[in-house]
Design a binder for this molecule. Sequence first.
Ligand code: NI
Length: 173
Amino acid sequence: MALREVLQFPDPRLKRVSEPISEITDVIRDLARDMCDVMYDEPGIGLAAPQVGEALRLFVIDTEWSEDGGEREPKVLINPEFTRREGSITWEEGCLSVPDYTADVDRAASVTIRALDLEGQEIIEEAEGLRAVCMQHEMDHLDGILFIDRISRLKRGLYTKKRKKQLAAEAKE
Ligand code: NI
């Protein structure tokens, strides 16, 4: 089966605020599985539902695996909420929806998230470093925020220009 397409900046669907999931149905389970497939295929370490065009509060994350080793341990978080954010850390971030770009972003260094898993059970995730950064990045997607919304206007402007040029060149091909 074909993989779901990852939406890319400046697709307006990435700007939507996602809705909470009221019931964990087969549709939601299929979506979570599809998102894991996309995440490993890209490859990436996290993916939020709005990135595949679904404005739902769900993301998947796996910061442990790599293409040359490491067990795959995908975690699905439904209706996630921060219960703790502490410290600060600056991390160079990228995003499957923001092609060919990385930039430093300031984040909390350590977080706790409460969410539901695919069985509807409450889970508590504590994370620091890369995993904490990734969690905050994915949470942002659920609110229609990209990491480039958290960098300076100047940097964002330069990237937006570059991206528009790139899209114009692709359109001519
Ligand atoms: Ni992203």
